[in-house]
Design a protein around this ligand. Structure first.
Ligand SMILES: *[C@@H]1O[C@H](CO)[C@@H](O)[C@H](O)[C@H]1NC(C)=O
Ligand SMILES: *[C@@H]1O[C@H](CO)[C@@H](O)[C@H](O)[C@H]1NC(C)=O
Ligand SMILES: *[C@@H]1O[C@H](CO)[C@@H](O)[C@H](O)[C@H]1NC(C)=O
Length: 383
């Protein structure tokens, strides 16, 4: 994708349209050509789980065992409209045969290799979902029962609930103190539950872009926001704060140089290990609220972001809220691409606040958008 900054101003809508059209056509072209070549990976019509296709010697046997068509024991199933089931993996898995072979090399019914980093890289590149494996994941040799609720919500869990191999830090102490160290990436102060986490979303700040949870909930009738999703939710403090208000939130997170998923689970709320590329695993028109802070921003390829915004729209129920919290990009990008893109999806604006992002200096001309968007109760375009 070319940088939106290279486009000249004044032709916003045309460029936006061309961008969408060209990338969509490209995607269509790529996917149709890929699908036609991928037929050569097809397993025999009626394989058993141990058969390895002769044309697929590039792919690991356990991968083929999992993905090969498997006959349903009772024949044609009318719900499937088929007698065969093809267990899914990300279409891109086969683009990375070396990593895939390493990932799928293990002893069936044995221990899985300690390969969290490999698995996550493969997943982030697009091999999502990863194939299932027939082995037991590595686990800490001594595990302890979790801290009971409600204490667990604000307690640093035991170090022993985590296999630390994939991370620079080898215990939670180190993760808590890492804000003073060099060489660490995202969410530096997230693991410190007594620090900034404690105050997030608790009050509306004068800068206008920090909304409070209570102000957001007050825009809807009491009790009608009950279930939802936080995309890229760090250590799930949003879900914890919502739980304290009897609202159930599932939090998606990657384990980027820290055991975010373990930490979220140890607090007693639900982590969901999917990237921003994956279709949201919820049915249409079901969730009351979707929140996302920081992660939805200009690092995401524009076409992917467009699909993602439509997916959020899809899973929200009519009247549901999308709280886009601290979306950031350059000011020019916002005018030319992201502003029109976000507005084009069909949400109603409840709040829309643009502010300067100054943490990397004013010369970078970065900005934030915090918006509270509502899926209309009534479809404005009919059925
Ligand atoms: C599978 O592994 C378990 C645990 O090591 C063992 O008890 C069991 O006998 C194994 N089963 C087979 C079929 O090898
Ligand atoms: C985790 O490990 C660190 C250092 O190894 C230790 O100081 C800390 O008390 C441990 N925390 C827990 C909750 O076990
Ligand atoms: C949450 O639910 C419990 C049990 O129904 C109730 O006692 C409590 O008051 C509720 N808390 C809030 C903040 O609504």
């Amino acid at each position: 994708m070319d940088s939106p900054l290279r486009r000249k101003p004044g032709t916003t809508n045309l460029f936006f349209l061309v961008l969408l059209l060209s990338t969509n056509l490209l995607t269509l072209f790529l996917s149709s050509t890929f699908y036609s070549t991928s037929c050569s990976f097809s397993p025999p019509k009626a394989p058993t789980t141990t058969t390895v296709s002769a044309t697929s010697d590039n792919l690991p046997p356990e991968f083929l065992a999992f993905t090969s068509g498997q006959l349903l024991p009772f024949g044609v199933n009318r719900n499937f409209d088929s007698d065969t089931l093809y267990p899914p993996v990300g279409r891109s898995c086969t683009l990375f045969p070396d990593e895939l072979r390493r990932f799928m090399s293990y002893k069936v019914n044995g221990s899985c290799p300690d390969d969290e980093l490999l698995a996550q890289k493969l997943l982030l590149k697009g091999c999502e979902p990863l194939p299932r494996r027939r082995c037991r994941p590595s686990a800490s040799p001594i595990s302890v029962e979790p801290t009971p609720l409600p204490t667990s919500l604000w307690t640093t869990p035991s170090n022993s609930s985590v296999v630390w191999t994939a991370y620079t830090c080898k215990d939670y102490e180190c993760l808590i103190n890492r804000r003073n160290q060099k060489g660490f990436d995202d969410c530096k102060d997230c693991f410190d539950l007594q620090g900034r986490e404690k105050n997030r979303w608790m009050s509306t700040k004068s800068n206008g872009i920090d909304f409070s949870i209570d102000d957001v909930l007050a825009t809807k009738p009491p009790g009608t926001i009950r279930i939802g999703l936080d995309i890229g939710g760090g250590v799930a403090t949003f879900a914890v704060r919502m739980r304290e208000r009897n609202i159930t939130i599932v939090t998606t997170s990657m384990n980027l140089n820290g055991p975010f998923n373990n930490f979220i689970a140890a607090r007693g709320v639900v982590p969901l290990y999917i990237s921003i590329s994956q279709r949201l695993p919820f049915f249409d028109n079901t969730l009351d609220i979707v929140h996302s802070m920081h992660v939805l921003s200009n690092w995401i390829p524009t076409t992917l972001l467009h699909f993602l915004l439509f997916d959020i729209y899809r899973v929200l129920r009519p009247g549901g809220l999308f709280w886009l919290d601290h979306f950031f990009c350059l000011g020019d990008e916002f005018k030319q691409v992201y502003g029109p893109l976000i507005e084009s999806v069909g949400f109603k604006k409840v709040k829309w606040v643009e502010g300067k992002k100054l943490d990397r200096g004013p010369q970078r001309k970065e900005m934030y958008l915090s918006a509270l968007l509502e899926k209309p109760l009534k479809n404005s375009w009919g059925l």
